[in-house]
Ligand binder design. Sequence first.
Ligand SMILES: C[S@@+](CC[C@H](N)C(=O)[O-])C[C@H]1O[C@@H](n2cnc3c(N)ncnc32)[C@H](O)[C@@H]1O
Length: 317
Amino acid sequence: MADTSSALTYSDIGSAPRELWPVVLETRGWKDYRLLDMGAGEKLERYGRFTIARPEPQAMGTRSLPDSTWSRADAVFTGDTDEEGPGRWKFAGNVPETWPMAYGPVRYNGRFMSFRHVGVFPEQAAHWDWVNAKIRAERQKAPDKPLKILNLFGYTGMASLLPATEGAQVTHVDASKKAIGYARENQAMSGLEDLPVRWICEDASKFVAREVRRGNTYDGIILDPPKYGRGPKGEVWDIYTSLPGMLSDLQKLLAKDALFMILTAYAIRSSFVSIHELMAETLSTQGGLLESGELVIREDKGKRALSTSLFSRWSSR
Ligand SMILES: C[S@@+](CC[C@H](N)C(=O)[O-])C[C@H]1O[C@@H](n2cnc3c(N)ncnc32)[C@H](O)[C@@H]1O
């Protein structure tokens, strides 16, 4: 994994962060996840014991594995090639509604969701590891200091449960009751019910604005907003128009000695440069280091990398 920052020390609050781009953060897969092949507009992955084929416009090259391997996939998503477009799942045999997988101490269920999702975004593993390393280092320095993490648009909870296993107190916000239910299921099946995670079903912008009014702060902030979304009361989220205001509020929520803020963006007509510049503007007196680029997944045999999303992340050190 290309982590360019771990050996460096920075900070300098009051000045602009140092800037670094392009940074490519690579996930190579783990026991329960592999990118097996890609090409001809599709990707073939293994999630736990199931192989899954899905449309992937970024997979423009030629497939390496034979058609016979692709045609043995347990589940195939057909339909719109647009990331969030409609379509449907087709199953080869008896596939359960959910199946268990694990990443480190966290167990999670795979499930065939609408819009082609399967309950986890494997490329996020680069962020999970980075966040946990930051928390671990901080807790070694100050074991008794509580570390508060805010995870917005938290979906099925991996980015909430993993930092909690390192001792962080996590606030997880998502607009979907169903998604929060899945996240809590993951917590229960991991046997981690005692971890201090607050599950909040609310519009992310509203929650953040209220936290600013209350004067609350966080040591780390993670946000993985969709392109478009709705809060529980129909509040509209549009990344192009809603993100600037949210980042400006989030800057106010960073504790004086905050550790990090990570933004990921999927399927938008922007480059990492655009989200980098927005973060740089928002964090212009924060010191530290601001890195931006892409999250990619390396193929099983290591030959090619698949681009999945854009990110921009700030760290104080
Ligand atoms: C693509 S998922 C994020 C993926 C997640 N970070 C992960 O890696 O598992 C987007 C999430 O944003 C939530 N969402 C959409 N609009 C929202 C809003 N206005 N406020 C809060 N959450 C929202 C959705 O319910 C969904 O769970």
